[in-house]
Design a protein around this ligand. Structure first.
Ligand code: NDP
Length: 453
């Protein structure tokens, strides 16, 4: 039994070397939980956190496929079934060349807490592959997805494990994956979320993560009597989450001024409006181009290439009121966090998972800005996935307004749970502790109820 965070981390690092993102995610949660263990030693003696740090099951498999030239390609597939104490495993699939076991374990671990916060009955999981969809034809993506699902289908099911999208997995990939599952299982079931509207998908699912991150920012700002109206907002990424965060920001009267991809960022001081956003959606979702093309169309905007090897990104050094990191993990370094604070940002709502390094998180907390960690702020996506599962079970669809209303209510409830829990455990205003503790308690109590399994 570990008496403190250092002891736990030492063992976890020895047992799981070369998984720095997983260590980072676990360390943050372990630190938040110290006051909980002081008040409730039963969690410590039942070794709940140690059990939560060990996936219930890890699947790793070969994904062979043939490219358009007839050459054989081999990728690696994964599914981490992390925790099923409160419901079937639930979490996205990521297709990106950087995918490895440690990254998926961090994502699966975070997902357990996030899903618990949504108030819906979903356990946590995550999966994916080191396959890079960039530059691949639709036929190549289809062949890859079919091969990936041929193995994954043995392990998932509507009451067992329900994957969804993440980086590199959008509507196109979910379609190919669902088609192959249906063919192999000979069943039409809600085994994936993020499905197309004509075949079991939910309205507002594509929008949910981005909208949710903005709703969460709104809730945080209300606590200080502020609103998003007229606020200058930095947004990173230009994929699913970034696009719909921008759509909602425009609707609420804010002025989003940036977008990025892995090559660089665009700064449009006049603001990205609905017409420019429509251009970006076509560029990224249909033509699958690079964000630098934005400046070819809108000459007043500036594109700056970014260098992943330096410890800061000039995007985060622009003057603004709010920041919505919506690209990937650890995209805000310690230097970036200090730049954001120094340049007037007082609200950070994370659309991406763990986009801020630990030292950056500490800087936000010390500066007492409104900082909404990803587990809380981006939970809207999985929340609407939960609503998609509910609609599939009922064989019924809710209207757009109805789903959006439920999403808003869930984000407001998550916000209230974070605020109340942070206060109850002696750190008012600290959404990191609030989210980690509130997410933990429900899962931990369920694990205690269910015995040593
Ligand atoms: P997309 O694939 O649609 O978009 C990802 C965006 O981030 C792209 O602009 C991509 O640029 C950029 N990006 C990805 N990896 C890197 C990298 N290593 N360095 C720089 N830029 C990068 O993914 P989503 O929008 O779905 O996901 C974005 C984030 O939101 C992720 O952290 C994901 O885990 C999180 N999230 C997503 C949810 C969802 O419902 N989709 C739910 C909750 C969280 P490029 O095209 O050049 O790779």
């Amino acid at each position: 039994m570990h008496e403190n965070v250092a002891g736990l981390m030492e063992d976890v690092k020895a047992k799981n070397p070369a998984e720095p993102e997983f260590h980072q995610a676990l360390q943050e949660v372990a630190e938040s939980l110290e006051p909980v263990f002081e008040r409730h030693p039963e969690y410590r003696s039942a070794r709940i956190l140690e059990r939560m740090a060990e996936p219930e099951r890890v699947l790793m498999f070969r994904v062979p496929w043939m490219d358009d030239r007839g050459a054989v390609q081999v990728n690696r597939g994964f599914r981490i079934e992390m925790n099923s104490a409160i419901g079937p495993y639930k979490g996205g699939l990521r297709f990106h060349p950087s995918v490895n076991l440690g990254i998926l374990k961090f994502l699966a671990f975070e997902q357990v807490f996030k899903n618990s916060l949504t108030t819906l009955p979903m356990g946590g999981g995550k999966g994916g592959s080191d396959f890079d969809p960039k530059g691949k034809s639709d036929a190549e993506v289809m062949r890859f997805c079919q091969s990936f699902m041929t193995e994954l289908q043995r392990h998932i099911g509507p009451n067992t494990d329900v994957p969804a999208g993440d980086i590199g997995v959008g509507g196109r990939e979910i379609g190919f994956l669902f088609g192959q599952y249906k063919r192999l299982a000979n069943e039409f079931t809600g085994v994936l979320t993020g499905k197309g509207l004509h075949w079991g998908g939910s309205l507002i699912r594509p929008e949910a993560t981005g909208y949710g991150a903005v709703y969460f920012a709104q809730e945080m700002m209300k606590t200080r009597g502020e609103s998003l109206d007229g606020k200058v907002c930095l947004v990173s990424g230009s994929g699913n989450v970034a696009q719909y965060a921008i759509e909602k920001l425009i609707e609420l009267g804010a002025r989003p001024v940036t977008l990025s991809d892995s090559n660089g960022y665009v700064y449009d001081e006049a603001g990205i409006d609905a017409e420019k956003l429509a251009f970006v959606m076509d560029l990224k979702n249909v033509r699958r181009g690079r964000i630098s093309e934005y400046v070819e169309r809108y000459g007043s905007a500036v594109h700056t290439a970014t260098d992943a090897s330096v410890d800061h990104n000039p995007l985060w050094a622009l003057t603004a009121d709010c920041a919505f990191p919506c690209a990937t993990q650890n995209e805000i370094s310690a230097v970036d966090a200090h730049n954001l604070i120094a340049n007037g940002v007082s609200v950070v709502s994370e659309g991406a998972n763990m986009p801020t390094v630990a030292e950056g998180v500490r800087a936000f907390l010390e500066a007492r800005i409104l900082y909404g960690p990803g587990k809380a702020a981006n939970a809207g996506g999985v929340a609407v996935s939960g609503l998609e599962m509910a609609q599939n079970s009922m064989r019924f669809s809710w209207r757009r307004e109805e789903v959006d209303e439920r999403l808003k209510r869930i984000m407001a409830d998550i916000h209230s749970a974070c605020v109340a829990t942070a206060e109850r455990f002696g750190t008012p205003g600290n959404y990191v502790n609030g989210a980690n503790i509130a997410g933990f308690l429900k899962v931990a109590d369920s694990m205690l109820d269910q015995g040593l399994v």
